[in-house]
Design a protein around this ligand. Sequence first.
Ligand SMILES: Cc1ncc(COP(=O)(O)O)c(C=O)c1O
Length: 416
Amino acid sequence: MTFENSRSFAKTLDQDDPLGSYREKFHYPKNENKENVIYFSGNSLGIQPKSVRKYVEKELYVWEREGLLGQHSRWHNFHERLIENTARLVGARPSEVVVMNALTVNIHLLMVSFYQPNKTRNKIIIEQGTFPSDQYAIESQIKFHGFDPQDTLIELRPREGETTLRTKDILAAVRKFNEELATVILGSVNYYTGQAFDMQPITKAGHEAGAYVGFDLAHGAGNLKMKLHDWNVDFAAWCSYKYLCAGPGAPAGIFIHKTHHDWAGPRLTGWWGHNKNTRFEMGPDFDPIQTAEGWQISNAPVIGMAPLLAAMEIFDEAGMAAIRLKSEKLTGFLEYLIAVNLPAVTIITPANPVERGCQLSLVAPGGENTFEKISKKGVVCDWRKPDVIRVAPHPLFNRYTEVYDFVNLLEQSLSE
Ligand SMILES: Cc1ncc(COP(=O)(O)O)c(C=O)c1O
């Protein structure tokens, strides 16, 4: 794609954008003067689909009118309404996904099953600089099993002078630790650098070493096109409040590959994972559902799940293929404009579109000061210590003209 360095060119891209009308499906945030901000924080908290209110009100209405009868008529299987569209979102079979709990809770639950260390095989590979919650969860799991993270946790770091990991170095580390390796857990996209990992070869190498391989898709779900089933990923977990726009603290998703559905290993259990045909017989013996639903513990948080239903309807209608196509172009335009207009700004996110999603991580002169200046000019993005401004144009609600205006505002901020 060849771009031009002008607002009129950005306008043409907006006019020709097949997903342009999706913006109208969202409440787009405004500043105190009721002017649109430039909202580039879909990687942190997505904005509200207009249909959310109707979806939530529907459940409130049923609760108001029917009380417990609502449980019998619609809530006992409410989460099942998210199975087909969630499976399409991450490239899974319907039996491989379920929406439950929150992300870090699910990472713990999945690790109970997919981290089974013993004396010889106990190491976990992660990326150095993984999201802190993942780091805390993984270290606490290691300690829970009586091991020391100092000996057990392998944190992969980029080569000297580089900011992101090379796939061949990840594969080499997996092969090096081989039969000592219990589990590999990487982000699908690193929250700080915006680097997307090549999940298929990493999974293959992990399996050759005899390890389980899982991914935290917090920055991948609704951002990357994935084929978790075909790639033979063992497990994955993600939140729904970022790219998926399901609202603060929205219920999260998990993926468990079909090959594990007759699971006889360790797992923490609750009644919502029990065989649906006999759940209400209230027997003492756990009979797991033979799908990812077998990992559920509690009944679904219906009122919190309603916004996700609304959001998933939008994602499913647009489809990840079209979303990703626009995303590459939108983020590519941002990269182009920065390269042409802002030579002092470094992009640490990989330049290759297959190694990134929407987000670009920028290192700009003035650091946090510059971030504060652009924030005052109406840009919503974020600052992550030690030195990155993260910007993530979202293909469903951002425009090419906003990308153009953002670069202009950043240029102004740098010259003040
Ligand atoms: C990569 C990653 N992992 C974990 C979390 C924590 O998520 P939660 O608070 O939903 O458990 C986040 C939150 O932003 C994240 O970005």
